[in-house]
Ligand binder design. Structure first.
Ligand SMILES: NC(=O)c1ccc[n+]([C@@H]2O[C@H](COP(=O)([O-])OP(=O)(O)OC[C@H]3O[C@@H](n4cnc5c(N)ncnc54)[C@H](OP(=O)(O)O)[C@@H]3O)[C@@H](O)[C@H]2O)c1
Length: 315
């Protein structure tokens, strides 16, 4: 099968198109013919070697966690995923990889795609969508129905942020989006009741306090703690020394600081599928590339300017 792979740490230039054996699904796994996968910053951060001490790559490494495609074969003991089923997943760490014509996926992570969801959208949803969901619901205490909380989403035009904005909105929360002026209309269309332009010095003037800040851009609670209400929670997608130190002090403070670390699971992906099916979740696609141009897709992601998700068409 065709796959993109790297055999040394580096930037997008280390990626090569290679031929690899088709993987074989083990017990509790399905083999998926990949129609699309999507880029997440973790893909190129790992390839850079930045995480080599905690998550060393096994060369040749095939990147990409998010996939959507068609079940080709179910592994021993697997029920409920017949060949031909349209599925998507965020592949669990160490299980398999998505930037290839075939991927092995654990049944604990995979769900059947809802009617009407295209492969590109389905591939764009898992990692970023579940990160936003778990950050808001599990760490920040967002009530998923009838919420009257006030939520600030920093980086609301990006992959995680645009899902976070819509999940909070679907829950009933009032959402204020932080983004650049060029993306203001887009985040309003996704449900933001107000938009903060991060380039303006007095951008937060007059805004009431928030119950939740979801930060998809930085790992620094400092500027946001004054914007939280008395029992507010700041949750960031980026672990960093200041955040980890401050989160260790949580038992002694009323305002909480937390760091989300995504855990793939089919139930959360199914919840997002349900929001999509109910018309409450749109998947915004920034750009699409063929498999052999994964490097260009990474460069787009590294620019930090993507609006929504970057998708790789494989099938
Ligand atoms: N811990 C976890 O489990 C986990 C999971 C997923 C992601 N992450 C991390 O979370 C971060 C976000 O991921 P992502 O996929 O959402 O990234 P992304 O899609 O690449 O984010 C790009 C967006 O960020 C916006 N942005 C850049 N600077 C900004 C600023 N100062 N204020 C507000 N918006 C700004 C950009 O808009 P403009 O062009 O308008 O500036 C752009 O739309 C990454 O560092 C990723 O590695 C962690």
């Amino acid at each position: 099968m065709r796959a993109m792979s790297y055999s040394t740490y580096g930037n997008a230039g280390v990626l090569r198109l290679v031929e690899l054996p088709k993987p074989v699904p083990g017990p509790g796994q399905v083999l998926v013919r990949v129609m699309a996968c999507s880029v997440n910053p973790i893909d190129w951060k790992r390839a850079s070697g930045a995480y080599r001490l905690i998550m060393p790559a096994k060369f040749p490494a095939v990147p990409t966690y998010d996939v959507a495609g068609i079940v080709e074969q179910a592994g021993p003991g697997v029920q409920g995923f017949a060949p031909g089923a349209r599925v998507h997943a965020r592949i669990a760490e160490g299980t398999g990889a998505g930037a290839a014509e075939y991927a092995v996926v654990g049944v604990a992570e995979v769900t059947t795609m809802p009617e009407g969801l295209a492969f590109a959208e389905a591939a764009a949803m898992p990692l970023a969508g579940m990160t936003a969901l778990q950050a808001l619901r599990d760490l920040a205490g967002l009530t998923l129905e009838g919420s009257n909380q006030r939520v600030l989403v920093v980086g609301a035009s990006g992959g995680v942020g645009h899902f976070g904005l819509q999940i909070a909105r679907a829950a009933g929360a009032t959402v204020v989006a932080v983004c650049s002026a060029k993306n203001a209309d887009r985040v309003r269309r996704l449900g933001a009741s107000a938009v903060v332009d991060y380039a303006k010095a007095d951008a937060y003037a007059g805004l009431p306090p928030f119950d939740i800040v979801l930060d998809c851009v930085a790992s620094d609670p400092g500027p946001f703690l004054p914007r939280l209400g008395p029992k507010g929670v700041y949750v960031t997608c980026l672990p960093g020394p200041a955040t980890l130190l401050r989160s260790a002090l949580n038992p002694f403070t009323r305002k909480q600081v937390k760091v989300v670390m995504l855990k793939s699971n089919a139930a959360d992906l199914a919840l997002l599928d349900g929001l999509y099916a109910a018309g409450k979740l749109q998947v915004v696609i920034d750009s699409r590339f063929p498999l052999e141009q994964l490097g260009a897709a990474w460069e787009r992601s590294m620019s930090g300017r993507a609006v929504g998700k970057i998708v790789i068409d494989v099938g």
